[in-house]
Write a protein that binds this ligand. Structure first.
Ligand SMILES: N[C@@H](CCC(=O)N[C@@H](CSC=O)C(=O)NCC(=O)O)C(=O)O
Length: 308
């Protein structure tokens, strides 16, 4: 494997660990991408292989010291987000530090010069709205391959450069909840557990999903099926079931029109796929909701990741 080039953009100490932000060249997305990572205490606090313009991490040499490797939770954010929304608003680091878990927060789409964007500046297509699919339609297919980026490229980079083992979990919100469910259902051997807040679970029938999929994947709905969690869960083999947790606010402004959680729950029941769903009275779609329950999700994953 090529040695990845990582550029450190920022680094902050918190809860005796570090919150860092990096930029790298993504081959899947054909552009520069940022991601954020939280390193808990007790593991090496720098990237091991690092090139770039100086800085304390500018070394190829493995560093002496703590060689413990931690499990990782990948967090996928929703529409309009970057890697920073969850990093700044969810308050996940305190519990991740206690549990000794690494958190990785990717961006939600390719970005930069030459990357296609919605012609009318819409928030639900293009930049910030990659929907975790591999686009097949022009102009999107030149960069919008978020599925490959999240499933393969980013974990390979993280596992090469940071003190992590191969125990992975995946979690997300809204569009990112859709991404987490789809990716885990399609790749059950790669993850120990999956969870979501307010996920879009049946995008082939709802407005955000139909708009994005018709642009990214074309008009033939058969090509959308592999990105619909409700269809995927119906087809999941019992031997590949993962621990699955969903939290949903009942005051969520998007629940009725965009999310359709009841369809996923019915499909899980029909397929006998065990799912824990917490309907939370009075909670909306925001990061206030996520910050309230993120600790529960991290502990749920920690059990599956065999962490502490
Ligand atoms: N009309 C809103 C829509 C954007 C929005 O609500 N985005 C959510 C995710 S929705 C599904 O993926 C979000 O996480 N926003 C970022 C945040 O920090 O709250 C708008 O653009 O205002």
């Amino acid at each position: 494997m090529d040695i990845p080039e990582l550029q450190l953009l920022s680094s902050h100490r918190l809860f005796d660990g570090s919150q860092k932000r990096y930029r790298h060249r993504s081959t899947s997305l054909n552009c520069e991408m940022n991601f954020s990572i939280f390193l808990p205490p007790g593991v090496r606090q720098e990237a091991e292989i690092f090139h770039g313009s100086g800085g304390p991490e500018g070394s190829r040499t493995p560093r002496p010291g703590n060689s413990r490797k931690a499990p990782v939770i990948y967090w996928l954010s929703g529409l309009t987000c970057t890697d920073e929304n969850f990093t700044i608003k969810a308050g996940a680091q305190r519990v991740a530090a206690e549990l000794g878990i690494v958190l990785v927060m990717p961006d939600t789409s390719p970005r930069g010069e030459g990357v296609a964007r919605a012609s009318d500046g819409a928030y639900d297509l293009g930049l910030g709205a990659g929907f975790y699919v591999n686009a097949t339609q022009e102009p999107w297919s030149q960069h919008y391959r978020m599925y490959d980026y999240i499933v393969d490229e980013l974990p390979a980079l993280v596992e090469q450069c940071f003190p992590v083992n191969d125990k992975r979990a995946i979690c997300g919100h809204s569009m990112g909840g859709h991404g987490a469910l789809v990716i885990a259902l399609r790749n059950p051997a790669r993850y120990r557990s999956v969870s979501a807040f307010s996920p879009i679970v049946n995008p082939i029938t709802t407005p955000w999903g139909k708009k994005a999929f018709s642009h990214y994947l074309g008009d033939d709905i058969k090509n959308w099926w592999g990105y619909d969690a409700t269809l995927l869960v119906e087809a999941a083999r019992p031997s590949e079931h993962l621990p699955l947790l969903i939290d949903q606010g009942d005051a969520d402004e998007f629940l009725a029109e965009q999310l359709k959680l009841e369809r996923f729950v019915s499909a899980c029941e029909a397929a006998k796929y065990p799912v824990q769903v917490n309907l939370r009275e009075g909670y909306d779609h925001s990061y206030f909701f996520i910050s309230t329950f993120i600790g529960n999700h991290l502990r749920f994953h920690a059990e599956a990741l065999d962490s502490q």
